[in-house]
Design a protein. Structure first.
Length: 299
């Protein structure tokens, strides 16, 4: 769908993907319908978001920190990075950790790349990453996922508007912006809002279609508290510790699934941040926290 939300026009090109795993690696396969196969960047870690490409983002420990991003174009050029935190959650370092996974990749095209005038249909990509490389800089206790473990993940695609220049080559159409499509809507053109990604559960039985994530109500409460605090700060120029002053969903004050959240203000240098805390009414009553830069941790 359109990265912003489902109320916008549906993508006019199809994109499908599948995920598989074994004890060592994560495998991703994607089908990308495309009428004009085009790419120019061939150097690793090029700015592929400026062209047409497919990408995957993965938070492997549920902290919203140190998440991994891999993007690829139809030439097989890859950009990979480990972001300490989203650039949306500044100030501070974002891509300050050098990360080059042991990725295996292959691209197949149905058509011809960079040749206007013929019929292009699609391209496919296969990528795999070792769980060892995906666990880098994370808080994971074990390398490979356990049965029913859940990761936050997102898949996206950029689609430029192209024209053919006088020399007979594709180029981006002047005064146009790219279309951005994603698996889960982000509310804006920004794939790096980790709390708006989808959830992927690891199972060894392919016939087991049930999805159960016992911690989801905790994450949802942390996200809702975080967004309410950010909205209040945007309107009033400060954070508050009193939850009933915030525009929060009613369940956060009703003690139906979590206890009433707590907010503590944190002074760092010349700025004031916060730590929000929730406790489950169903699972262990140990606290879970979210900070003003979206970092999540459990005690």
């Amino acid at each position: 769908m359109d990265m912003r939300s489902q109320i916008y026009r549906s993508p006019y090109l199809d994109t499908k993907f599948k995920i598989r795993w074994d004890h060592e690696r994560l495998y991703i396969g994607a089908f990308i319908q495309e009428k004009n196969l085009w790419a120019t960047m061939t150097e690793h870690d090029s700015k592929l978001w400026q062209e047409n490409g497919f990408e995957v983002l993965m938070d492997v420990d549920g902290s919203m920190y140190n998440y991994k991003q891999a993007q690829i174009n139809v030439l097989g050029t890859m950009m990979d990075q480990l972001r300490f935190k989203s650039y949306h959650d500044g100030p501070g370092p974002y891509s300050d950790i050098d990360w080059h996974p042991d990725a295996r990749k292959e691209v197949f095209v149905e058509g011809t790349v960079n040749k206007p005038g013929d019929e292009d249909r699609f391209w496919t990509v296969e990528m795999s990453f070792s769980f060892k490389s995906l666990a880098a800089e994370s808080t994971r206790n074990q390398i490979e996922p356990s049965e029913n473990e859940v990761w936050f993940m997102q898949f996206g695609r950029s689609e430029q508007s192209l024209t053919v220049n006088r020399q007979g080559y594709y180029e981006k159409r002047p005064n146009t912006t790219a279309k951005w499509w994603s698996w889960q809507p982000c509310g804006t053109v920004n794939l790096h809002l980790v709390d708006r990604w989808g959830l992927v559960q690891f199972k060894t039985d392919s016939n087991d279609k049930a999805f159960v994530f016992q911690k989801w109500h905790i994450y949802k409460a942390l996200f809702d508290l975080f967004n309410a605090l950010k909205s209040y700060q945007a309107l009033n120029g400060k954070y508050v510790t009193t939850v009933d002053e915030l525009d929060v969903p009613p369940y956060l004050l009703s003690r139906t699934c979590v206890d009433i959240p707590e907010v503590k203000l944190i002074r760092t240098g010349n700025s004031t941040g916060f730590v929000g805390t929730v406790r489950s009414m169903y699972l262990s009553h140990k606290p879970a926290h979210i900070s003003d830069d979206r970092y999540i941790w459990f005690e």
